[in-house]
Design a protein around this ligand. Sequence first.
Ligand code: HEM
Ligand SMILES: [Cu+2]
Length: 656
Amino acid sequence: MLERLKEFASEFFVTGDPLIYGADVAIGITIIAIVSVLTYFKKWGWLWRNWLTTVDHKKIGIMYIIASIIMLFRGGVDALMMRLQLAMPNMDFLHPEHYNQVFTTHGTIMILFMAMPFMFGLFNVIVPLQIGARDVAFPFLNALSFWLFFLGAMLFNLSFVIGGSPDAGWLSYPPLSELSHSPGVGQNFYIWGIQISGIGSLATGINFMVTIIKMRAPGMKWMKLPMFTWSVFSTCIIILFAFPILTVTLALLFLDRFAGAHFFTLDLGGNPMMYINLIWMWGHPEVYIVVLPAFGVFSEIVSTFSRKKLFGYKSMVFAMLIISFLSFFTWAHHFFTMGSGADVNAFFAVTTMLIAIPTGVKVFNWLFTMYRGRIRMATPMMWTIAFIPCFIVGGMTGVMLSVAPADFQFHNSYFLIAHFHQVLIGGVVFGYFAGLYYWWPKMFGFQLEEKLGKWAFWTWNIGFYVCFMPQYAVGLMGMTRRLSTYGWDTGWWELNFVSTIGAFLMGVGFLFQVAQIADGIRKYKTLKASGDPWDGRTLEWSIPSPAPEYNFAVTPRGDDVDEWWEEKERRAKGIHPPEPVYEPIHMPKNSSIPFIMSVFWFVAGFGFVFGWLWMAILGLAGVGICMIARSFSYDTDYYIPVDEIKRTEASLRGSV
Ligand code: HEM
Ligand SMILES: [Cu+2]
């Protein structure tokens, strides 16, 4: 009996590597620390009532961002481990199997559990405020989306200590990801972690689409929508069409592994290339999903910090919609080498190149907005200005990759690694950082001090170029991706060494950001932000920071893109708005169902990962019961009475 138990434990828990034991201990200590702090300060009730069961879009947004920053840390540690291993030839720090796991978890986490939630966090905090709404269209569904994302991400991360990590790359190509080549549970963790959080992503896409269509302030016609909200809308269109493809593809892969199907196997009629086509039909749109909101953030910041209207508003909107559309017709540029022939490759090469046109339009619009503007160099603006050249180089190397015959050389080399990190870091990460700095005072009610922020900015930026520029070169010299080590005779080590230094500089940049935030929290009482700390232009700046629970005491109007700016101009001329007439505000009630239901999804996922059908059925039954419970709960809303609104407004407005 004891022997059997031991055997089970040695398969169940990941063993053998000192790094893993170290991580086990660290995870254990963190959990104990969190539990004891919550118990000691008697904060469990507070956590449950204010956060775990909340349906408030602002709080959900903050939880998304916190989770994504933790994931940025984990993905970043993975990155640094890889760069350490590649710093010198013949290094013995990560063994090949371990290296495979690390690049797989790094890529998956960075895209799905860092970029996506960071983006959803910004959607949540800002979109309802920008369009003058009380909340999103479906607040309950919104909470459910968050918890599905969170527990999906936790399930994925669990593979680090239980069962073993996936190691077939961030897109899990068959045949590597099939049972024949990956008999362990790692791929199952991959499939279920992404499936569960993916349902949440699809629901968020639908939720924000409906919110933007139905809940805009009176007067806010489509061409009066703030640019960030437009970017969210175009992203939601892509999510709506792309995420179902991902769900189906992973479901088919799961059937291959779990039920002996042969969709993507090499024998019995299956075809691995079918998977690769399908996954990129989601995967390419996915990169536009994460970058369009960053474009939206930059548009807001450029105009606020140049104190000018955004140049070329309509062309911005059309550029984004065209990008959304085109993003569905470029997927095969990820495997020009498949052998589909010149005609097919030519089609995908041309569609890919076409995307450069609307993107170029946007870049010129940002530049023209800055032209002759009175530019203020606060941190959000610095990230924006740094993004422009970085994204241009990243985009141009993308156009180089889209030349199909040339791609036969570039394919899967470090040239590609450098290209996509340049657009993902220089575009997506810089964009979300800019957004976080910009909207930080609105989220938390205090300003961050700029000094540490500027240190973070410079170390991140210098680190970025030092890390990735050499990779273009080393790629052209023949170094391929997913390589766990190389010899002295390759001539690659100097460039790799420099690249590793750059990666660690970015790590230092991250530490500066953590320090900046910690410092801000320590001094937050002295750093109180007004409702409009940047002299903003859109409606979110017209209300106090942080926004009260109900956002707007009276529904605002949205007659202009820069409605709040116009309002300030009117007030300067002495035209004041009429005294507000308050009415009771209709609000959604908190609910514990999203959290509990997602925990059941987690249980079901865990059961499927290990093939324990009883557990999977138990989990799914729990999910079903939660759905039934929700459909019978009628007590889902309440009204904030006028007295309370008056009191809150008086205390908030008094202090701003
Ligand atoms: C912060 C600095 C970062 C560094 C130093 C870094 C470094 C690396 C390294 C060394 C690899 C493995 C290359 C290989 O052996 O093939 C890699 C792969 C990858 N990275 Fe990053 N990375 C960073 C940030 C990011 C970000 C922000 C994202 C996405 C938002 C990202 C997405 C990916 C993806 C998708 C892969 C491919 C994984 C695979 O081959 O399956 N990385 N990165
Ligand atoms: Cu692509």
